[in-house]
Write a protein that binds this ligand. Sequence first.
Ligand code: SAM
Length: 179
Amino acid sequence: MEIVVLRLGHRPERDKRITTHVGLVARALGAKGMLLASEDKGVEIRIKEVTKRWDGDFFVQTGVKWREELKKWKQTRGKVCHLTMYGENILDVIDEIREEAKREKARIMVVVGAEKVPYDVFEVADWNIAVTSQPHSEIAALALFLDYLQQGKELKTKFEHAKLEIVPRRRGKEVRIRE
Ligand code: SAM
């Protein structure tokens, strides 16, 4: 299954940190990349730095035309999951989405907003999914959705070629530096 995150409405002057965390969560929890519907090379560079040290081939593309990306995704049989507090509760739809994810070459685009999300996103999405019907954060919503979708498998993803590797310890910190 290929998962890509589409981040709408990023405002470079105020969303840098949040959008960077959307990308870091996407990368750590099993997504292949993040598309950003606004130009922001800073976010791209920061996440690429993490990927260089901690491994993987996570991609970040900024300045994308989100309507075209959604159209392309659906034309190539991808499914669109829009995370929004206005949607159906995740517990009521996650089984359908997991079924979809089992399909051969399944492709799931997870859409998160920043400011007000245009209504046509709600129309195009295959699912509009609420992680509770309370207003909170795209980071929390994304993390929970990625975990419910992959049922915890993403929590043990191996990053085989990382330059830095954490050795899990009950106490203290241990970091292995790989040449
Ligand atoms: N005010 C904006 C609107 O009404 O579209 C949303 C602001 S919210 C902080 C930013 C993003 O966080 C939303 O677009 C959505 O992707 C995500 N989000 C916030 N609360 C959520 C919830 N309860 N369930 C799913 N996603 C949520």
